[in-house]
Design a protein around this ligand. Structure first.
Ligand SMILES: C[S@@+](CC[C@H](N)C(=O)[O-])C[C@H]1O[C@@H](n2cnc3c(N)ncnc32)[C@H](O)[C@@H]1O
Length: 234
């Protein structure tokens, strides 16, 4: 499996989704309507999924999508809930396998992207975000929640296996979303917060000074008559 630094540093103990300002609202929405779904993209061992279940969301209303089956299996061992957790886990690539989610289109009220968008380059990020907007419910309440590793300078640099990835600052993040809005015809409401971590804090050992964590929430406000299809193949 890929040696993600945040996995090696036990980042999965942090349950970041539950720190989002609108987390309680998302939980309440899922509990109030059993036809609504939550999707966790790049769910890793599924820690944020189990937190939702502890907070009262039926596990059958949650879908976990993860590139590596190994992380999904570790999650079952870690939480000892195989046979009890009714969450559907899909082993798929969110960039190229978006069709695996088509049956859920229009039923997903919340999507979590925890520390995952920064593994893609700019063009890929727009494809992933545009396609995920298309999955969300059409009543102006659907939300994307997430966090990403950013950089003061908003720059492209090589990451795992030499793949070029874009690390945003708040300006490049907002600018990219303007383009996603234009290309999909979707209007969104955004909240975001950037935080630099001191050397003593977690990730201090591998994050240089100019790196930061960006937390975000994006609400899809409208559904255009025809949501532009952003090509899922590069
Ligand atoms: C850095 S980890 C973050 C995990 C977790 N969401 C969290 O917040 O702790 C990134 C996760 O995204 C998964 N991932 C990376 N690229 C992906 C892709 N193209 N499609 C689906 N999952 C992907 C990785 O396998 C890994 O589990």
């Amino acid at each position: 499996m890929n040696p993600f630094p945040c996995v090696g540093e036990f980042g999965f103990l942090e349950l970041n989704l539950s720190r989002s300002p609108s987390y309680a609202k998302a939980v309440a929405r899922l509990k109030s309507d059993s036809s609504l779904l939550h999707l966790d993209v790049g769910c890793c061992v599924g820690q944020d999924i189990r937190r939702l279940v502890v907070d009262g969301v039926p596990s059958s209303q949650i879908i976990g999508l993860e590139l590596e089956q190994g992380f999904i299996d570790i999650g079952y061992s870690l939480f000892k809930d195989r046979g009890r957790l009714e969450t559907k886990f899909l082993c798929a690539d969110i960039l190229n396998d978006i069709h695996t989610l088509s049956e859920f289109k229009g039923k997903v009220t919340s999507i979590h992207l925890g520390h995952v968008i920064h593994v893609f380059n700019r063009k890929e990020q727009k494809i992933v975000l545009g396609n995920l907007l298309g999955l969300l419910v059409n009543d102006g309440t659907g939300m994307l929640f997430g966090s990403l590793v950013g950089h003061d300078d908003g720059l492209t640099q090589p990451a795992m296996k030499g793949k070029m990835t874009l690390l945003h600052n708040l300006q490049t993040w907002k600018r990219m979303w303007k383009e996603v809005e234009e290309e999909t015809g979707c209007k969104v409401k955004m909240w975001e917060e950037a935080k630099h971590l001191s050397a003593e804090e977690r990730y201090g050992s591998w994050l240089p000074k100019k790196r930061m964590m960006i937390a975000f929430e994006v609400t899809k406000l409208n559904t255009p008559k025809r949501l532009a299809i952003i090509r899922a193949k590069l």
